[in-house]
Design a protein around this ligand. Structure first.
Ligand SMILES: Nc1ncnc2c1ncn2[C@@H]1O[C@H](COP(=O)(O)OP(=O)(O)O)[C@@H](O)[C@H]1O
Ligand SMILES: [Mg+2]
Length: 367
């Protein structure tokens, strides 16, 4: 005896009970279900996540399968998992870079806390998840991105536009590509702003899901120019656990808040050290400082990265830890931070009630 045939409305109702745990809302109201088709007792649909760096992919898929399989009249469920990175919300009224969905600024109060290390590994982790990623080195007087990501060479020009170099599948631009090695860049404020403007608008970034911008330390010209020139999807603040560094991190955070840039959260770098001989964990700079600061400041804590010589060596050799030793706890820590960053971008972009806007392909810059 044939039972009642299942309808699209039944399936959507069942799927509206499945939540994206990061976004805290159901998949239907988030606009994540596409290509729903029903052939007899076989239901097929696509779940379009807001980032390929979603750690909960498997869980969301099995939750969907369970919900739909439970419907009467359903024998088989075909689910395709896909991802389309949401366009960041950014600050109101600013014109973005065509083709670039999200610009993520990596900032810190002071130097040497691992901003460049975090930028490079964040970019690689996002790229490994399947996203299209670029890194813009905005530290004009201390451009370390090329060294740390192992990008060498001279970018080519094309009709007055600059072709970025590519390292590990990530597009890279840095002032270091344009000056002889060892030459100091001594520029005043307006020139720094000008260089950043060029790097944003005169580089052939193509289509990118995430453009990671490695800022110089502090609240100087580069940070202000960046926040004023384009809409930022958000700012990642890097700090070490000790008090002095956190005080500086707080200043940097306050500046970006003043510029109305969304704060994605704080990463604690050089968080602890695991002794390679006795495996004991040593909290060299104290413990949990950044997490407590994040709580106090009302911003998310994005995770901790251990202090490890392999991270430093990876930076020096241009083989980031994510490539040097991808299964190490350090690489895993970077991946987790990247996932939280991607999830936070989606949360900020979609807002508390927002639905993914109907997707329009963004124009690609070609010349
Ligand atoms: N978690 C870490 N463990 C070990 N060394 C690190 C770590 N993070 C950064 N470093 C090293 O510390 C130095 C400063 O890091 P860097 O990323 O250049 O900081 P910043 O860009 O904030 O000045 C570099 O030599 C880098 O390799
Ligand atoms: Mg740096």
């Amino acid at each position: 005896m044939a039972g009642q045939a299942v309808t699209e409305a039944d399936v959507m109702r069942a799927l509206s009970t499945v939540r994206d745990p990061d976004l805290g809302r159901d998949l239907v109201s988030l606009g994540m279900i596409e290509n729903l088709s029903i052939e007899g007792d076989v239901v097929s649909f696509t779940v379009v996540l807001t980032t390929p760096a979603c750690p909960l992919r498997g869980r969301i898929e099995s939750d969907c399968r369970r919900a739909v399989s439970a419907l009467p009249g359903v024998r088989a469920v075909n689910i395709k998992m896909d991802a389309r990175v949401v366009q960041g919300r950014g600050q109101q009224g600013k014109q973005g870079i065509p083709g670039v969905r999200n610009v993520i600024a990596v900032a810190s109060g002071k130097g040497g806390v691992g901003k460049t290390t975090v930028s490079v590994n964040l970019a690689l982790a996002l790229a490994d998840s399947g996203a299209r990623v670029g890194v813009l080195d905005a530290d004009i007087t201390g451009p370390n991105v090329p060294l740390m990501i192992g990008a060498r060479g001279e970018p080519r020009a094309q009709n007055n536009k600059i072709e970025p170099l590519v390292a590990y599948g990530v597009k890279v631009i840095s002032i270091a590509f344009f000056i002889p090695e060892g030459t100091p860049v001594i520029w005043r404020g307006p020139m720094v702003g000008g260089a950043i403007q060029q790097f944003l608008h005169d580089v052939l970034w193509g289509e990118l899901d995430y453009l990671v911008v490695d800022l110089p330390p502090g609240t100087g010209d580069a940070s202000i120019s960046l926040a004023q020139l384009i809409p930022l999807s958000g700012v990642v603040i890097v700090s070490t656990p000790q008090d002095v560094a956190l005080m500086d991190a707080q200043k940097s955070l306050a500046m970006f808040q003043k510029l109305a840039a969304p704060i994605l959260g704080i990463v604690e770098n050089m968080s602890y050290f695991i002794c390679p001989h006795c495996q004991e964990r040593v909290d060299i700079f104290g413990h949990g400082g950044a997490e407590r600061a994040a709580e106090r400041l009302g911003v998310p804590f994005l995770g901790r990265i251990p202090l490890n010589p392999a991270i430093r060596a990876g930076g020096d050799e241009g083989v980031p830890i994510l490539r040097r030793d991808p299964t190490s706890p350090e690489a895993t820590a970077f991946r987790e931070v990247a996932e939280r960053v991607a999830a936070r971008i989606s949360v900020v972009a979609l807002g508390p009630t927002g639905k993914r806007p109907t997707w329009v392909p963004l124009p690609v810059v070609r010349s």
